[in-house]
Write a protein that binds this ligand. Structure first.
Ligand code: GTP
Ligand code: MG
Ligand code: ZN
Length: 303
């Protein structure tokens, strides 16, 4: 038996790295039957024990307990969750200012998930070379907002190695992941951060200004600064998984204090009388866009 880390998964095969070797491994059927609704029982970043078969392939015998993971609601009509990556020291939500256009709702859903699943989160706003004067003011505003909430915000141009140095330092010696829509430049950032990689990057459709899902499987990569990065395929939606309406405001750092003033302990901070969160919002202590994200999320989880 050998302990190793899952560095890539295609759904039926898992690449497991142990020492410097990689063994193509399979998961016995029994792992799928433990009653959990998950589209991928093992994710990139998982630590596993494998046994070796005569043909050189491996069989996954045991999955070690996860330190944490980041997950979202499965899509394409599938029930349950889809785990994006496991055992992370940090997750980055990657957005581009344009092509495709930045989506604040995506960022906020991601941040809520990271709070709920205990993953440190940071934000990358890429393609700043495409920013107009107006965009620049908007980026500054976003930066102020999120940094104030405790999230580091990096503004990047993936084609400019120098501007990536602070981000590169932030990733040294830890396991992190890039998560975001297709075409925002996740793989381009990786290629510039560690020039020994030349992973495939895609085109942006001139019709929709969206990416074309160039990266198809999540992949754990060892960087030359002692860090590990999971580059993930682009996702359109970041649906919350297993977060109840009553707990949602716990994952908005700016609501933690105000919610203690709510008259009812089941308050959802919408229309209830004596709501501390609404009071804080009316006093300008909670950003309107963030409160709007809260309401949208609450609706999406049936609150
Ligand atoms: N102008 C500009 N273009 C960029 C930047 N970063 C990436 N691009 C371009 O954006 C396109 C998509 O980049 P990718 O790195 O493939 O995007 P991705 O996020 O990995 O996309 P998926 O793998 O589909 O999820 C490519 O044509 C890149 O050259 C940037 O900072 N500025
Ligand atoms: Mg990619
Ligand atoms: Zn309230």
């Amino acid at each position: 038996m050998q302990k190793g880390r899952v560095i890539q998964s295609t759904g039926s095969w898992y690449k497991v790295q142990h020492e410097k070797e990689i063994t193509e491994s399979r998961l016995p059927g029994r792992f799928r039957l433990d009653g959990k609704e998950v589209t991928n029982p093992i994710a990139v970043g998982d630590w596993v024990d494998i046994s070796f078969n005569e043909d050189g392939t491996g069989t996954i015998e045991h999955i070690h307990e996860r330190k944490n993971y980041i997950t979202r609601q499965a899509t394409h009509g599938r029930r349950g969750e889809h785990i994006l990556a496991a055992n992370l020291d940090r997750a980055f939500v990657v957005q581009s200012i344009r092509k495709p256009k930045l989506k604040e709702g995506f960022i906020d859903r991601f941040l809520v998930t990271c709070e709920a699943y205990e993953v440190e989160a940071s934000i990358i706003i890429n393609k700043i070379d495409l920013a107009t004067k107006q965009d620049e003011a908007f980026i500054e505003e976003l930066q102020g907002l999120y940094q104030h909430l405790g999230y580091t915000v990096f503004t990047t141009n993936a084609n400019d190695p120098e501007c990536l140095l602070p981000l590169r330092d932030h990733m040294a010696g830890i396991t992190s992941a890039f998560i975001g829509p297709s075409g925002v430049g996740k793989t381009s950032l990786l290629n510039t951060i560690d020039p020994s990689y030349s992973e495939k990057i895609g085109e942006i459709s001139s019709y929709s200004n969206k990416g074309k899902h160039t990266t198809t499987f999540a992949k754990l990569i060892e960087l030359d600064n002692g860090g590990f990065l999971v580059d993930t395929p682009g996702i359109r939606e970041f649906g919350l998984f297993n977060i109840e309406p009553w707990e949602l405001s716990l994952y908005f750092p700016e609501m933690l204090e105000p919610r203690q003033n709510c008259k009812f302990n089941t308050c959802t901070h919408l229309h209830e009388p004596g709501c501390g969160v609404v009071a804080a919002f009316e006093e300008g202590q909670i950003d309107a866009g963030r409160y709007n994200s809260y309401i949208n999320m609450l609706e999406s989880i049936g609150g």
